[in-house]
Design a protein around this ligand. Structure first.
Ligand SMILES: Nc1ncnc2c1ncn2[C@@H]1O[C@H](COP(=O)(O)OP(=O)(O)OP(=O)(O)O)[C@@H](O)[C@H]1O
Length: 315
């Protein structure tokens, strides 16, 4: 596998009055999984379609080691793509669909059984695609994506329709693929699932990138939850240091994007006793998403609020 970087530069697309993607710039490096997140309609699919050359951008470029997808000799050997699980002809059998894909990218027929086994579809090779469940069609899409032993995988909502075992299998596969030097860009709505595999986060809202960070960034690693009877001195200090925080009005708990030691020092310096303080890094992604976008995500142990709703939440 030849290590391949994906570079997206000032990519833009408009449909009539709707700005679908607005000057999007980011990179995906070999050996990493980039999670591409955003509320419905934020421009994720349009961006992925432009990156793989299925939608023509109004401006901007997407390249693989400096070459656009059209400039690659055999794109299927560099980039494996899963965009739409329903894209395959419903009347063809699973094996036939893979056979045609093999011919298209010049892979030997032995890849058919290898890939079927890899995604756990060997038992349905003769079934027509139209009779498969959504989860099975996603698995078929993944089999086609990996058929050409590509260096990059671009996957739009690959966990859609997969059962919990399938989601965990997919996460393990993507981590292994990246560990072997592969480059992964995947869109998802399943924050908890991508949280365990993503090294790099790109969050879109209304076509624009509103957040980008890496696993190594402090913000991703550190988060704390605390309660205090009068937390205003601490939250004022958080504001002064531009550290993001959110209040859960139901429980009175405050989550802040910093480590517990920092909160403890703020509490001591402001002589504000706390009633609890814990590390809450598992919520960092959910917090980031809520703070970065206009969407409100419910669920998990805490519901977080966009930054501009803090004041409302305090009332
Ligand atoms: N072919 C098209 N014609 C007109 N508008 C489009 C077209 N494709 C996308 N859009 C618009 O562009 C915006 C972004 O859509 P897109 O499908 O890229 O978002 P998304 O983040 O993938 O959404 P979801 O999470 O719901 O899949 C939306 O407002 C959508 O209606």
């Amino acid at each position: 596998m030849r290590p391949t970087s994906i570079a997206v530069t000032a990519l833009s697309k408009r449909y009539g009055d709707v700005v679908s993607v607005d000057s999007l710039t980011f990179r995906c490096e070999p050996g990493t999984v980039t999670a591409f997140l955003g509320p419905n309609g934020s421009g994720k699919s349009t961006s992925l379609r432009m990156i793989v050359g299925l939608t023509r951008p109004d401006s901007g470029t997407a390249t693989f080691n400096g070459r656009t997808i059209r400039e690659l000799d055999n794109p299927g050997r560099t980039v494996g793509v899963l965009l739409d699980a329903g894209a395959h002809h419903p009347g063809r059998s699973v094996a036939e669909t893979l056979r045609l894909a093999c011919i298209l990218i010049g892979m030997p027929r032995t890849r058919i059984s290898e890939c079927l086994e890899f995604v756990g579809l060997e038992g349905v090779a003769r079934r027509r695609v139209g009779t498969l469940s959504l989860g099975m069609r996603q698995r078929l899409g993944l089999a086609i994506a990996v058929l050409g032993e590509p260096a990059c995988l671009l996957l739009d909502e690959p966990a859609n329709g997969l059962d919990p075992e399938g989601i965990s299998w997919l996460g393990d596969f993507l981590s292994e693929f990246a560990s072997a030097g592969g480059t992964v860009l995947l869109s998802s709505h399943h924050l908890d699932d991508v949280d365990s595999v993503a090294d790099h986060l790109v969050i879109l809202d209304s076509g624009r990138m509103v957040h980008e960070s890496s696993r190594s960034d402090d913000e991703m690693r550190r988060a704390s939850t605390f309660t205090a009877n009068a937390p205003e001195a601490i939250t004022a200090e958080l504001d002064r240091r531009e550290i993001r925080w959110a209040l859960d009005p139901a429980s009175g708990r405050i989550e802040a994007a910093t480590d517990p030691e920092t909160i403890w020092h703020m509490s001591a310096e402001s002589r504000t006793p706390m009633t609890s303080l814990t590390s809450s890094s598992p919520h960092a992604l959910r917090d980031l998403f809520a703070a970065s976008t206009t969407a409100e995500f419910q669920g998990g142990k805490l519901d977080f609020f966009p930054v501009d709703k803090r004041e409302e939440a305090k009332k």
